[in-house]
Design a protein around this ligand. Structure first.
Ligand code: COA
Length: 157
């Protein structure tokens, strides 16, 4: 039996972070600086991985991340991330960022993408639990992550 087959199966949960946009985090247009969005996504996604595998993790790659809408100064930012695919030692996380007008409550999906993390033991990649797909939505996310994985593999050839 392969190592993949002997690894335990595990459910995956969304991890949420709430923040707000201060003026010193904006670009000259008064909207949230893209680098700050990436930082927030990286931290939120790494927490999703840490809680999933309970091992130290490193970011191995950021996969296509689309900035669909700006987030304005003073708005509430809500990030949610979830492990949606697992390999032997790596995990692909789906990460979504919403902007919310604090006065009207209007909420928009602003940024969406995937990040890839690797679990480490003694500084080396180590196996993670195999993800359990339990819902139709998780199946859709898995299928999307498989395409991300194909791109990673093609790049690493
Ligand atoms: C990511 C890292 C641990 C991979 O180490 P490695 O010795 O190349 O690992 P391997 O070739 O054994 O691959 C291990 C896993 O990582 C994945 N991986 C390796 N390099 C990758 C990359 N550039 N992008 C995406 N995934 C990658 C492999 O696909 C494999 O996944 P699998 O086990 O699920 O099949 C190593 O490159 C590293 O430490 N990079 C620096 C990480 C870092 O500093 N991040 C920023 C701060 S957190």
């Amino acid at each position: 039996m392969s190592e993949q087959e002997t690894r335990p199966e595990q459910s995956s949960k969304w991890q949420t972070t709430i923040d707000t946009v201060f003026p010193n985090q904006t670009n000259p247009l008064g909207t949230l600086f893209g680098g700050r969005v990436l930082e927030l996504m990286d931290v939120n996604a790494s927490i999703a991985c840490l809680r999933y595998c309970r091992l130290p993790v490193v970011t191995a790659s950021t996969e296509p991340i689309d900035f669909r809408n700006p987030i304005f100064v003073g708005e509430i930012i809500e990030l949610r991330s979830k492990v949606v695919w697992t390999g032997r030692t790596s995990m692909i996380v789906r990460s979504e960022v919403y902007g919310e007008n604090p006065l009207s409550g209007e909420r928009r999906l602003c940024t969406i993408g995937h990040l890839n993390f690797v679990a480490l033991k003694d500084g080396k990649p180590t196996p993670v639990p195999s993800i359990k797909i339990e819902t139709e939505e998780e199946q859709v996310f898995w299928d999307e992550a498989c395409k991300v994985r194909e791109n990673i593999k093609a790049r690493r050839k």
